[in-house]
Each structure stands twice: as C-alpha cells, then as structure tokens.
Design a protein around this ligand. Structure first.
Ligand SMILES: Nc1nc2c(ncn2[C@@H]2O[C@H](COP(=O)(O)OP(=O)(O)OP(=O)(O)O)[C@@H](O)[C@H]2O)c(=O)[nH]1
Length: 332
C-alpha cells in the first residue's frame, strides 16, 4: 500500500503542474489494478446540476465503461455526506444495502457488487468522489492500515484534478475575450494558422467573414459605454447561435468580429454573412440601443495565402462595404 502511494505520487508529479488528464488516467488505472477492482471512476462535483459528473474512468478488461455523461445526483451520496466530509471512506455493498435505499443506485449504475467511495475534499467541501467498483463482495478493509493509503492516493488525485481545473481556467482566460466570451484575437490567429495548414495539405476550402458594427461610436456617445458593451455582448451571443458548430467566431478587437468557416467557399460564406449575420442582426432590437447594423467583408482562402494576406483581403472587403453605404456584405 505504501508502495502504491509512492508510485501514484510519481505518476502525478511526472504529469507536470498542469496535472494533465493522462497523469490522472494513469493514476486511476494503477489504483484500479492494484485493488483488483473492475472499475475506478473519478467524479467531479458540478454545482449546476447538483451532483457528481464522471471525469475519468478506468475499466478492467471485460468491464463496460460508464457512459460519458454518467452522473450521480448529490442525493444519492447524501446518506454518507457527513462521513465523506470527515474524510472517511465508505463501502456500499449489495450484501448490506437494501434495494429501497437510495444509495443502491450507486451499485446498479456501475453494475457492481460493492463499491468503495473515497472523498475528494477541498477547503472543507466535497469536490469529488473516487469510486472503486468490485464485482464481488469486498472484505472489509482494515482501518487505518489499508484505508489510510487509499485516502492519501485520493487526495493526490484530487490535488491533480484541482491543478487541471485551474490550468483549464487559465487557458480559457488567455484565449477568450472577457466581455463577449468569444475567442480572442490571439486564439483566433492560432486556429486560423491551423486551418491554413490543414487546407494547404488537404486542398479543402474555407472562408472568413470579418464584420464591424456600423457607427458604433454613436451608440456609445448616445447611450453610454455600458449600453455599448451590452450591444457587443448581445451581438456576440447572436453570432454564436447563428453560425454552425464547426465555425469559429472571435472578437477581433473593439467592435470588430471575425468568423472562420471551415469547408465553406465564397458563395456559402456570402450567404451565411447575409442571412445568418447581417439580416439577423438588423432584425434585432438591442437592449437600450434599438436597431444596429453591421458591415461585412467575406473572402475565401486562396492558394499561397498567409494569415496576413487573408485577413487583409477580408478587411478590405469590409472597408468597401462601409464605403458603399454600410449594412451590407462585400466579397473580396
Ligand atoms: N462600449 C465599448 N465601445 C468600444 C469597445 N471597443 C471599441 N469601442 C468603441 O467603438 C468605437 C469605434 O468607432 P469607429 O472606429 O469610429 O467606428 P464606428 O463609429 O463604428 O463607425 P463605422 O465603423 O465607420 O461605421 C469607438 O468609439 C470605440 O471607443 C468596447 O469594448 N466597448
């Protein structure tokens, strides 16, 4: 058991400060194998749906994995909540748990005969549970000789999970615009470069739409900066809803936005710009600002384009849309 703690510590330390998913997956696998479990699953508390969502799992050969959206409502764990909060491990077994008991679903969901639940605590609250499932009745583990190292292992996995979550939040902050939640320019450029590389290799078309709110300065001047911000935010939401899941919208800067449309040629992009963006925005009554229009420049990737040449062509088309009277789409 002591050896197991050392081994899993090393796996998690070697996976770096980001606590990447592979380190956690390996640690869970090793724990499951060492304990001769059929499954070892790590569940993460989700405040929004008041329960624990599956984060990672390891299954022994022949054991079917849990569905990716596997979820345990908090109420199922409620009978053990106090004990788990004290840092105690809990065993639920078919031998001792009545079908009427709510926690029986813990066994049913995992198709297990018994499960050992280890709490993952952070700042005094239950952040997650590590569940080892066994196909047979499990002899009582000896406290503290056997449970204690298991709990240390769960703590180590919990710390890696917290690091991973923090790294994810930092990555999100670095790549998204705070006001609109869209990709920021830095992230968009990274994705655009990837798309250029993919297109050069596979000769697949893609297009970009660059657009800008018309007379946005007037909106700020008339209604104030807060309403200006609200317009940007509402517009970003519409854009996010209107484009395809595979399209990538971003805030290019100020009141300028850009959308990357993979697998789309000029005509498809022009139609999307006209129907999904220009017309849809023109029909919207924005809170506090009323009607708002946008001007759009559309262009398709051409062989030999660089990021700069492509964006420049979209920007020039947008400029022409402004010159020609705004509230329109121009193809460049
Ligand atoms: N509220 C708000 N305003 C912003 C933000 N970023 C840029 N702006 C404003 O957007 C305005 C852009 O003005 P201009 O570049 O003159 O363009 P415009 O008024 O939209 O005119 P046209 O583009 O020619 O139709 C400026 O007043 C900026 O201060 C932001 O994050 N929030």
């Amino acid at each position: 058991m002591e050896g197991q703690v050392r081994e899993i510590s090393l796996i998690l330390l070697n996976c770096g400060m980001g606590g990447n998913g592979d380190g956690i997956t390996n640690a869970i696998a090793r724990l499951g194998e060492n304990m001769a479990a059929s499954r070892c699953s790590l569940l993460d508390y989700n405040d929004e749906n008041r329960g624990f969502d599956l984060f990672q799992q390891w299954c022994a050969p022949g054991t079917a994995p849990l569905e990716a959206d596997f979820h345990i409502p908090a109420v199922v764990v409620a009978p053990y909540h106090t004990r788990l909060l004290r840092g105690e491990a809990v065993i639920v077994s078919r031998d001792r748990t009545d079908r009427d008991n709510i926690e029986y679903s813990l066994l049913e969901a995992g198709g297990a005969h018994s499960v050992l639940c280890l709490p993952i605590l952070r700042d005094g609250s239950l952040e997650g549970v590590l569940i080892l499932s066994f196909p047979t009745s499990q002899p009582e583990l000896q406290w503290p000789a056997e449970i204690r190292p298991l709990q240390v292992t769960a703590d180590l996995i919990g710390a890696a999970l917290a690091r991973k979550r923090l790294a994810g939040e930092l990555e999100h902050q670095a790549s998204h615009d705070v006001l609109t939640g869209l990709n920021n320019r830095r992230k968009f450029e990274e994705l655009l470069l990837q798309e250029i590389e993919r297109t050069s290799r596979y000769q697949r078309p893609f297009a970009v739409i660059m657009f800008d709110i018309d007379h946005f300065k007037r909106i700020n001047d008339r209604h104030g900066h807060d309403i200006g911000d609200a317009v940007l935010n509402e517009l970003a939401t519409i854009v996010g809803e209107q484009v395809r899941d595979s399209d990538i919208p971003a805030r290019w800067g100020g009141e300028e936005f850009i959308v990357l449309l993979p697998e789309t040629g000029t005509e498809g992009a022009r139609q999307a710009a006209e129907g999904r963006l220009r017309r849809r925005i023109a029909e919207t009554l924005f809170t506090g600002a009323g009607r708002v229009t946008i001007s759009l420049g559309v262009t398709q990737y051409q062989s030999g384009d660089t990021l700069d040449s492509l964006v420049k062509r979209a920007d020039e088309a947008l400029y022409r849309a402004k010159e020609e009277g705004r509230d329109r789409v121009v193809v460049g």
